[in-house]
Structure formats: C-alpha cells, structure tokens
Design a protein around this ligand. Structure first.
Ligand SMILES: NC(=O)c1ccc[n+]([C@@H]2O[C@H](COP(=O)([O-])OP(=O)(O)OC[C@H]3O[C@@H](n4cnc5c(N)ncnc54)[C@H](O)[C@@H]3O)[C@@H](O)[C@H]2O)c1
Length: 441
C-alpha cells in the first residue's frame, strides 16, 4: 500500500490515525530510515550527541540561550530554532526528542513529548523527585509499545556493567548479601546566588527557570565549561538533586543493573545539616529491598561527598576509586568502578568451585553505542537498556534517599501507592511548579 492510499483508507478510522507515531505511519520502522529529531539544549551536554544526531534528521533546535544557535545551525542547517521547548514540541514532523537541558526541566519535557507520542532520550536524572519519576515511568509503561525511551546514563554501555552483573548473578561471590555505591565529588555552596543585574537580552532567563520557583539572575549559573555547566546549578534544590542525580545516576546504575530491584520498602538517610537552598554534600542513604526470585532481601546503600562504605580490606582505597560499587556475597566481595572489577575472597573458602565463567555464546552481547541503541530502538523494536521503567525505578529510589534525609527519620515506603508512612516525609515526594508549567501538558 503506498502512502497516499494508506492515508486515504485510514481517514475512515478517524482519531485512531492521530494516535499513531509518525515513524509508524510513514514506514520509518526500519533501521535505514532517518528520524526527525528535536535537540533541546543544543550546547554543553548537547554537543556530545552531535555525532549520533548527524546520522538522523535534526529538524528542530531549542535553547534558551540564542547565542548557541549559530554553531548548532552550522552542524544542522535547516533546523527550525526555538527558545521555548513547549513551542518546539508543537512542530508537527517530529519523531523523537533528545533532552539535554538542565535537570529541573527534564520531567516536563519528557512528559510533554511522550504525550505527543514522541520517542524520548533524556539526560540523567529523568526527574527531580519521587513523584516525577513515578509519573514518567507510568506514562512510559502505558506507551511502551509505541515509543522508545532512554535515560542518559551512557556508561551503561561499558562492557564492565554486563560483566559485573554476570559475576553477581552467576554466584561468583556466593549469595548476594549487600550492595554499596559511592561517589566522592564535592560541590559545597552556601546558598542560591545573589541577584546580579539583568540577564543578557540573548538569554531567556524566565524560560531557563521554567517550572521552578523564581530566583534572581546571576551569571554564576552559566559560568561553567561545555558539559560541565551543570555543576553550576545542580546542587540547588530547585534546579537539581546534587550528587544524587549527578554522578549518582551513573554510579547507582552500576549496582542497579546487577540486582533486579524494584521499590525499596524502607529508607533511612543522614548527611550535612539541612540547608533549604542547597542539597547535601555529604549523604548516606540506605534502602531495604525485598527478596526476589534469585537473591534474598538486601540493603542497598548510597554514599557521597566524603561518606564511604567500609572497605573490605585496608589496602583497598574506596575513596581512591572515586565512583564505585561493591557487592558483598556469602563467599566474597566484588569491587568495581565504571570499567574494571575485582573479586576478593571473604576467607579461604572462596574456591569459585560452584562458579562457571560464561562462554562466548552465553556472555551478554555488547550493547554497542548507547545513543545509537536509542535511535535503533525508535526505528525497530523500541527496546533500550535504560528505558524509563528501569531507570525510573532507580531514580525513584535515589530520590527517596533525599526524602528520608529531609524527613530526618527512617521511613517505610509503599511502592504501589508511592507514599511513605510519614505525612511529614510525603511533603517531600513532589515539588511545586510555577503557574503555566504543568507536568502534564
Ligand atoms: N550523561 C552524562 O554523562 C552527562 C554529562 C554532563 C551533563 N549531563 C546532563 O546534561 C544536562 C545538561 O547539562 P549541561 O552541563 O550541558 O548544562 P547547561 O547548563 O550547559 O545546559 C545545556 C544547554 O541547555 C540550554 N538550556 C538551558 N535551559 C534550557 C531550556 N529550558 N530549554 C532549552 N535549552 C535550555 C543551555 O543554554 C545550554 O545550551 C544535565 O541534565 C546534566 O545532568 C549528562
């Protein structure tokens, strides 16, 4: 059936036609076809996506800083430009969006895009709080047969992630007993930056604030290098979640990938004294997870900003690893960073007798390029390794750590309702949006 005939015959089905993504309507579901993509946030982290995007059709570029357009247009000539992502998402020929704007806009852009049946690649963290993660995950699950999603945790494609999972799953350290992840990045800040004149005419500061409460303009929020400017704003509560959503998104992924966990049932956390402006530098959060079909109940712990789990051996410097994960088993301990791993026997009984290394045919196949996995999924089977189901649960867990920290006590959590046993803690599950910025638009 050619395209014209198909459109003619489908008019009989009326509204049904509107629900189908453009990629399915026009035969784009083959790997060789190009997608029409909008890039939201064209500089900074956006630059890291240029190579992959240049193999697709970039038809829309959106940035609140107009000075970023000339260079982006050199790479993607012909794309329409927007300063407001809400207008950008109205462009009718879009198949997919790649979201590289600051954290406090992620959940909104991703939700609005999914509401328009667009495939979404969203830089980490996909949401700022428990409620945002839950709503995004639910929206994705309702459409998972129509759209692909990918959270921007590209380290997941390192072969080490699969090797760590195989070792844990295949019993190399015996029965899994406990899981730890940590990061030592410290970005101490006293408070939101003071007012500093008016923003340049080329920077749409009100659109930069987007759904978040207004704070006065200060050039300090924009003073970082490409791909690192997030470190100028992500520790403020209204713009980010500090290390929980920064390196925590990558490092907890190394652990999360190996444990098949869903919702924690109890959470406790402690850290720096609470600052209403700034997320804690030092934080320790413990999450109790029920047993699943291959392991007992376990406690997963996150440490940041100077807090560290106890090293299994004095000669292993966990702080020196920087960002790492550790799995304690009944027979040994596995310590890993993003690219390497080692196993330390608990005692002389770890002879690995029951452990069979995988063969070439049973080893997890390489994931390949992480961004390409997303574009391929959009055109074929919609399957990605870090979709909003997998990553939504992980990010929800991390957000719960901050809820327990703010509540200042151990909380029980009901993954079905998304509520804790504490009315004081429940207040921290969601955030308030400025008028005109609904999450669901
Ligand atoms: N996956 C990774 O390894 C990795 C690395 C760095 C950053 N990131 C993530 O990428 C995102 C961007 O980080 P960054 O350091 O590039 O930040 P940034 O502050 O440099 O912003 C990136 C771009 O988005 C634009 N922008 C800001 N608000 C916007 C809005 N409302 N609509 C459209 N464009 C907007 C900025 O002008 C800039 O060009 C963050 O969420 C960060 O967590 C991920």
């Amino acid at each position: 059936m050619n395209r014209r005939l198909f459109l003619k015959s489908s008019t009989a089905s009326g509204a049904g036609l509107l629900l189908l993504p453009r990629s399915m309507l026009f035969g784009q579901n083959t790997p060789s076809k190009k997608l029409n993509v909008a890039l939201i946030g064209v500089w900074g982290r956006g630059l890291a996506h240029y190579d992959g995007l240049s193999r697709e059709n970039v038809v829309a570029l959106c940035d609140v800083n107009e000075l970023r357009f000339p260079d982006a247009l050199k790479k993607f000539p012909g794309a329409k430009t927007y300063v407001d992502w809400r207008k950008c998402l109205e462009q009718k020929d879009l198949d997919a969006v790649v979201v590289c704007s600051p954290d406090h806009t992620h959940a909104h852009i991703a939700m609005w895009a999914m509401n328009r049946n667009l495939h979404v690649y969203c830089e980490k963290p996909i949401g700022l709080g428990v409620e945002e993660c839950r709503l995004l995950r639910a929206a994705y699950l309702a459409k998972k047969n129509k759209i692909a999603t990918q959270a921007g945790t590209q380290r997941h494609a390192n072969p080490n992630f699969a090797r760590v999972r195989e070792l844990v799953r295949d019993g190399a350290i015996g029965e899994l007993r406990g899981v730890f992840a940590w990061g030592n990045r410290k970005l101490p800040r006293p408070s939101y930056l003071p007012a500093e004149g008016t923003p340049p005419a080329t920077l749409h500061y009100d659109l930069w604030l987007g759904p978040s409460p207004a704070h006065p303009y200060n050039s300090g929020y924009f003073s970082g290098g490409p791909g690192a400017n997030c470190l100028q704003w992500n520790m403020y509560w209204d713009f980010g979640t500090g290390q929980v959503g920064d390196m925590g998104a990558h490092t907890m992924d190394l652990a999360w990938n190996a444990i098949d966990a869903t919702h924690p049932t109890a959470i406790e956390a402690k850290g720096d004294a609470f600052n209403p402006d700034v997320t804690p530098v030092e934080l320790t959060a413990h999450f109790d997870h029920p047993a699943n079909d291959w392991r007992p109940a376990i406690r997963v712990s996150w440490y940041q900003g100077g807090a560290l789990p106890t090293s299994p051996k004095r000669w292993i410097d966990l702080n020196g690893i920087g960002h790492g994960a550790m799995f304690k088993g009944s027979k040994g301990v596995l310590v890993a960073d993003f690219t390497t791993r080692m196993i330390i026997p608990t005692d002389d009984k770890l002879d690995l007798a029951g452990y069979q290394p995988r063969t070439e045919s049973t080893v997890t196949p390489p994931l390949g390029n992480f961004q390409e996995e997303f574009f391929r999924a959009c055109k074929t089977n919609l399957k990605t390794s870090c979709n909003f189901d997998y990553n939504g649960l992980m990010t929800e867990q991390m957000a719960l750590g901050l809820v327990a920290y703010r509540a200042g006590k151990k909380i029980a959590y009901d993954g079905k309702t998304g509520l804790t046993d504490s009315p004081e803690a429940n207040v921290f599950l969601s955030r308030k949006y400025r008028d005109g910025w609904p999450l669901n638009g």
